[in-house]
Design a binder for this molecule. Structure first.
Ligand SMILES: *Cc1c(COP(=O)(O)O)cnc(C)c1O
Length: 391
């Protein structure tokens, strides 16, 4: 019987997500609240299902940069606080606050506008720039920002945070310095009577590198999805984390037996020197697959064997089925995941195109249907020992 469902799909393992969540809870320690970063469609993993799983697991709050994503979550019954990264103009921040989301304010001017326009008290977070150089009030003037903003009517400052990500573990000392400065800043504020329910500075890179701070929360994305935030692994910082994207599967929709001498235009125009068997998959650039770089190979798994991708077009991939044994139309093809003893990882597929795993996920995001095999009923297992390497 033909499978009438989608012929290409990704598999997301929500149990692996929860495993990673527990792992990071242990690493962070019992005093830290865990805010989950679910921006970018939960790093491509499907924001609604991921948010539902994290809510069940006990996340303190969810954080995204998209008001649309935040609304989508509310529409799907998510009740956790939804925080918004600095993302918008003052108008949108006001709109977000009115709808019950928690916007980030990065300047006193924005705070004043929001305070003036809001008819009743709204909850906000303040963002401080401790050295990333992107968004937030610079640390040097942050004290004045906080003090003046605290005096505004209609604003309730529920959190204050900064962001100090780094992509090479050799740069951890840069983050250590920033964490120290932020801790010192918060201590000074507190001694002046300014305390906030949430203070946060560490994201995945800090926590996985074993750094510490005095804040009350961490905000994690990469680690929850089993992704490394580091471009180069200098030590195995995340060996206990499991990939949450466990599969990218497709189906052979055509098998072609090409004669020797035939001129074909697959992966270049050439006459075949010998008969070849090629397979076609209903998956291409439109679904986020990209062509391998000239010096690299993209491999798929068919019947437990490795089969090279010959070409990627808008809606199809052509693969080399020589040596694949007996295969028929309708047989499954694995682009990511296990087939028998063989395995292809997200990192390998991304690497073939010269991009990183997160970039690859963003190419797939929203373009390939997702299946959640054995979707967890959400029974959390807080007592279980998840992490071997506690820092
Ligand atoms: C995305 C983001 C995070 C989470 O970072 P990860 O490296 O994915 O853990 C934390 N804070 C801010 C401000 C972010 O934009």
């Amino acid at each position: 019987m033909m499978n009438t469902g989608s012929q290409s799909y990704a598999e997301i393992d929500l149990d692996a997500l929860i495993h990673n969540f527990r792992c990071m809870e242990q690493l962070a320690g019992p005093s830290k609240k865990l805010i989950a970063s679910i921006k970018g469609n939960a790093y491509g993993h499907g924001v609604v299902e991921v948010a539902q799983a994290l809510e069940t697991a006990g996340a303190y709050a969810l954080m995204t940069g998209s008001l649309d994503e935040a609304r989508d979550l509310r529409d799907h019954g998510i009740t956790l606080p939804i925080l918004l990264f600095a993302f918008s103009t003052d108008e949108l921040a006001l709109q977000a606050a009115r709808e019950g989301f928690v916007p980030t304010l990065t300047s006193h001017a924005s705070a004043r506008t929001l305070s003036r326009e809001a008819k009743e008290t709204v909850s906000v977070y303040l963002k401080i720039d401790t050295g990333l150089g992107r968004l937030g009030e610079p640390l040097a003037s942050a004290r004045e920002f906080v003090e003046r903003t605290s005096e505004l009517k209609h604003l309730q400052i529920d959190g204050i945070y900064t962001h100090v990500p780094f992509s090479q573990t050799s740069n951890a000392s840069w983050a250590v310095e920033k964490l120290k400065a932020f801790d010192h800043f918060l201590a000074t504020l507190e001694s002046d009577g300014h305390a906030f329910p949430v203070t946060q500075a560490m994201a995945s890179s800090c926590l996985l590198a074993g750094l510490k701070d005095n804040c009350s929360a961490v905000c994690l994305g990469h680690a929850l999805y089993g992704l490394s935030p580091f471009s180069v692994e200098s030590h195995d910082t995340h060996k206990d984390l499991k990939p949450v994207l466990t599969g990218l599967k497709s189906t052979l929709i055509h098998i072609g037996h090409l004669q020797a001498g035939s001129d074909i235009a697959i992966g270049g125009l050439y006459g075949l020197e010998r008969p070849r068997t090629v397979g076609v998959l209903p998956l291409g650039l439109a679904q986020g697959i990209s062509s391998p770089q000239p010096d690299k190979e993209l491999v798929t798994l068919v019947a437990g064997r490795r089969c090279r991708v010959l070409s990627v077009s808008l809606e199809h991939c052509t693969i080399d089925l020589d040596g694949a044994g007996h295969v028929v139309v309708g047989d499954p093809v694995t682009l990511i995941g296990y087939d028998g003893e063989e395995q292809m990882t997200l990192a390998e597929v991304a690497g073939a195109s010269g991009i990183g795993p997160l970039e690859m996920l963003m190419q797939f995001s929203g373009r390939i249907p997702i299946r959640y095999p054995g979707k967890s009923e959400g029974a959390p297992k807080p007592q279980e020992k998840f992490c071997a390497n506690k820092h």
